[in-house]
Write a protein that binds this ligand. Sequence first.
Ligand code: ADP
Ligand code: 5GP
Length: 201
Amino acid sequence: MSKGALFIISGPSGTGKGTVCSELIRQGNVFLSVSATTRDRRLNEVDGETYHFLTKTEFEKLIADGEMLEWASYNGNYYGTPKAAVEKTLAEGRNVILEIEPQGAFIVKEKMPEATLIFILPPSMKVLRERLVTRGRETDEQIKERLDAAAWELEQAAKYNYIVENDDLAECVDEISAIMTSVVNMKNKVYKLFDELGKEV
Ligand code: ADP
Ligand code: 5GP
């Protein structure tokens, strides 16, 4: 059986990554990796589903034990991708999405060059701010920190394989879905060619 494809989705906080990923999961054969974080759990977030919410000590132990595929510090908290679940899911032939920020994305790309990096842009900074305010999850201070972080994140967009704007949600989801389908089809095509050569990829 061929391995699943790995996709990384990044973009400034509030751009709609979580919303887009939920829709991609609802539509199809793709698994969303559950990250670990040391940030506080918000009211509607479920431990083990939204994130694995850990203490700093627990998180640092996972790093020391080599159990993180990648990790990064974002606005004073650790965020990271537990390695085992991603490797297992890919080995089962299922496609995986990591919804992570760019520092982590580049670490994964170095370790797994076959990963496809997709960056989501907001239509404007005004809309980005409005989405953060409307979401109502962060304090004014935290929103400011997230908008400050957006400048560096936007600078990284050019290093991604694809850049997609999230203006109309359905259009954005369709565009990313089409990218994913195309990548999976091409990957399968390459496997088939190797098969014809009698070689393993
Ligand atoms: P992120 O995961 O990138 O931080 P979210 O998915 O939490 O962003 O989205 C931030 C807010 O913007 C949420 O309230 C969400 O419902 C809203 N949102 C997401 N995409 C769109 C869109 N295309 N149009 C309007 N609002 C959107
Ligand atoms: P939030 O606090 O809004 O859930 O996430 C803040 C930022 O951390 C977002 O840019 C999100 O993509 C990123 N993030 C979430 N999980 C991970 C992860 O496992 N690794 C890295 N590097 N970033 C993550």
